[in-house]
Write a new protein. Sequence first.
Length: 168
Amino acid sequence: MDKAGFWNIIDKSRHAAGGDPERQLDTLGELLAEMSPEEIVSFDRHLSEYHARAYHWDLWGAAYIIGGGCSDDGFLDFRGWLISRGEKVYEAAMSNADSLAAVVEDHDGECQVEGYQYIAWQAWEEKTGKSYDDFPEHDLPKGGEIEGSPWEEEDLDARFPELTRRFG
């Protein structure tokens, strides 16, 4: 699966769910269940790459404003939500996190959806009958430091004026 194929599946699941991120997760699971184990692993590699790339202070600040706070677990779920919105929204937010002010809809809630981090290996387990411990590892860097410039809560209003105007 290439990058375009990954984003196509994300878009297909979002459209089928009417944009609702919780329903989208279920739909995505159904789409993954139709794929071969190798395709599921490839999907997960792309998902993991985009998830790691979004480990950025600006996006955590955006998540903090939108949700009225955001823990490290919440930030994991936020990055899954961000990916679920599609490539255009994802790339715009990577360039300017404040752009999310124009994207969040009522059904998005706090923009935190648990499950995107492990949707692929769950589908893979069901498809293969093997356990998570057997899920193929990716050659992606593990851990990593958060990118960008750290922020203090009192700096967020000035740093993200559009998000603050809408959610602050």
